[in-house]
Design a protein around this ligand. Structure first.
Ligand code: C2O
Ligand code: CU
Length: 616
């Protein structure tokens, strides 16, 4: 097509400067929003980059030559992009982080839409008058330029503002660089006036592969650990899992007393979420504290590959007393233990005199023996303020002790930064060190294994506890933890069992709603077994026959050491079908698993099946 030159031949025709400016504005917004979308879901990000390139290209062409075809292309592309935008806000798009789910309307997308609408309007007017100057032409251009500038600025501001709480999931301190905002992570979008008065926290977790340190990992949100989810006690939490992994997966909310249907156990409370599919969890968080989330499909494999992250519930009515509040997640990295995304040393900010809380979360799968990590804190007196998310009553100040952490277990320590020097959390055996604050490092203890072992059953201040003090139980179930068969290197399949039961889900303990149930856990092995009950709180009565002498202990994971015996009780107040298993994932895979079933409760789901449900 022969382009028609403007009156002066060499100079661009003025009539097209305005639409070009509007298009450039829209392109700028698309480019600004692209990085966030690339991170979220590359294909979706590519859409935005293409739109930006198309618009920038058209704008440059419109500036350089006057052509009806070019004007028509400008109209068509603008209207097309407006149509796509309208779809994304009403029915949702097939290619999006969450397919076929409408997105929220924001400053950025409205600005881009207005820029495109104005472009189309100007170009249509131009086509209609065949380029003849019209009376309105005098004000049209300055008005369009002003509108272009204004909308571009507002659109890009919208992108920057939205970038902070993207998806409501804030980056974890220490993962790929952290800032002072760590610990005061951005709040997810909230909706007021929900039933129960709580807010609704909305998150999207995209399960996706990511290349980390040269290795291909399975991740939530592209990082290991996944993003820190931080909510407030009483909130309603809605998490959409978008599965872009090549395999099916689920999310279990470890330690949170969710309704059974939200527990994330494939074959028990749901079907595993297939590759390419989406699933939304919706639950209320009744208790404040430190928790974590992880895949419960093919758990042994999927946690080791990176599918887990921290979940912090702040107390109703205000944050914790410590101004520096850091989850510290220990897990298996490519070359041994890693912490918050680094296999090296992790540094966390804190100034002299500042109060610090470290929320230690053990997501590291121990070997067959299951020896738990025993980090040691040096550099300041500290207190263990919470165990498995529940506050310790009247915790005493401690010196260097080995803080035993079984897999799945959480332990919060709190301390005040010294006037000079840093505080360090040391892990034995060449594991990473966590350094809090700057300044000279405290001297490490001469010999780790000579340090006292922290004993939670003797720690804190005693108080009456209705469950621990109960004298009558509606049921007592013995759980004998045992090993059957020979060692793996003897070539025989080894089984780990509860009560010798070798069925897929192990023994079934039937309870009735309202019952007070006692579990008498006997470890007949020379290994450690972190025993975890889903959906309930375990109150410890005694260990090796010794009653708890310190603060009442409310846990979801009890770390049962070699040949130890633990008595714990729970109130059957959350109907459903719940897993009760060793959280040494290797042991669970080998059969150390059981179920608690409320009488009359049935599930429509099954192990295996078309969804390939495999909860261990
Ligand atoms: Cu941390 Cu069955 O789970
Ligand atoms: Cu075990």
């Amino acid at each position: 097509m022969e382009p028609s030159r403007g009156p002066t031949g060499a100079r661009p025709e003025q009539g097209h400067v305005a639409p070009a400016a509007l298009l450039l504005g829209a392109a700028a917004i698309h480019f600004a929003v692209a990085p966030e979308h690339v991170r979220e879901y590359p294909l979706y990000g590519l859409l935005f980059i293409c739109a930006g390139v198309l618009q920038a290209g058209l704008a440059v062409a419109l500036l350089r030559l006057r052509s009806r075809a070019l004007a028509a292309a400008g109209v068509a592309s603008s209207l097309g992009l407006i149509a796509v935008w309208a779809l994304s806000r009403t029915t949702g798009l097939p290619v999006a982080p969450v397919p076929w789910t409408p997105e929220a309307v924001g400053l950025a997308d409205v600005s881009a839409g207005l820029l495109e609408a104005a472009t189309a309007a100007l170009l249509v007017a131009d086509l209609a008058t065949a380029g003849r100057p019209v009376a309105a032409g005098r004000w049209r251009q300055p008005a369009a330029l002003a509108a272009a500038a204004l909308l571009t600025v507002s659109g890009v501001t919208g992108v920057l503002r939205a970038a902070a709480p993207a998806g409501g999931a804030a980056a974890m301190p220490g993962m790929g660089g952290f800032g002072p905002a760590a610990g005061t992570s951005a709040q997810p979008p909230a909706a007021a006036g929900q039933p129960g008065g709580g807010r609704v926290d909305v998150f999207t977790l995209v399960a996706q592969t990511a290349t980390i340190g040269g290795a291909t990992e399975w991740t939530f949100g592209g990082t290991v650990p996944g993003p820190e989810l931080r909510v407030t006690q009483g909130d309603r939490v809605r998490v959409t899992l978008v599965n872009h992994l090549p395999v099916s997966t689920t999310i279990h909310w470890h330690g949170i007393r969710v309704a059974n249907a939200e527990d994330g156990v494939p074959g028990v409370t749901q079907d595993a979420v297939a590759s390419g599919a989406t699933y939304t969890y919706d639950f209320t968080v009744p208790d404040a504290g430190t928790y974590w989330y992880h895949s419960h499909q093919d758990t042994f494999d999927q946690i080791l590959r990176g599918l887990f992250g921290p979940l912090v519930v702040e107390p109703r009515g205000g944050a914790v007393a410590e101004s520096r509040d850091y989850p510290v997640m220990l897990y298996d990295g490519p070359g041994g233990w890693a912490v918050n995304g680094t296999g090296g040393d992790l540094h966390l900010d804190a100034g002299p005199g500042e109060r610090v809380r470290l929320r230690l979360i053990d997501a590291a799968a121990p070997g067959m023996l299951g020896t738990p990590p025993e980090p040691v804190l040096v550099g300041a007196p500290y207190r263990v303020v919470a165990l498995d998310g529940q506050d310790v009553r009247g915790p005493q100040t401690l010196g260097a002790e080995r803080l035993e952490l079984g897999m799945g277990h959480r332990l919060d320590v709190a301390f005040t930064m010294p006037e000079r020097g840093s505080v360090r959390l040391l892990t034995a055996g060449g594991g990473p060190t966590v350094t809090v604050g700057s300044g000279p490092a405290p001297a490490p203890p001469a010999r780790d294994d000579a340090l006292p072992l922290f004993d939670m059953t003797q720690y804190g201040t005693p108080a009456p506890d209705p469950l621990a003090d109960a004298t009558h139980y509606d049921a007592t179930f013995p759980l004998v933890l045992d090993t059957q068969g020979l060692a793996p290197n003897a070539g025989t399949r080894l089984r780990q069992t509860i009560n010798g039961d070798t069925s897929d889900m192990g023994p079934m303990f039937e309870v009735r709603q309202g019952w007070l149930v006692r579990l008498h856990v006997v470890n007949d092995t020379a290994e450690w077994h972190p025993i975890h009950l889903h959906g309930h709180e375990l109150t410890v009565v005694s260990k090796d026959g010794q009653r708890v002498a310190g603060s009442p202990l409310h846990l979801d994971t009890i770390v049962v050491g070699p040949h130890e015996t633990w008595d714990v009780v729970f109130r059957a107040d959350n109907p459903g079908l719940w897993m009760l298993h060793c959280h040494n994932l290797l042991h669970a895979r080998m059969g150390m698993t059981a179920m608690v079933r409320y009488q009359g409760f049935t599930t429509p789901y099954q192990l295996g099946g078309p969804a390939g449900n495999q909860p261990h």
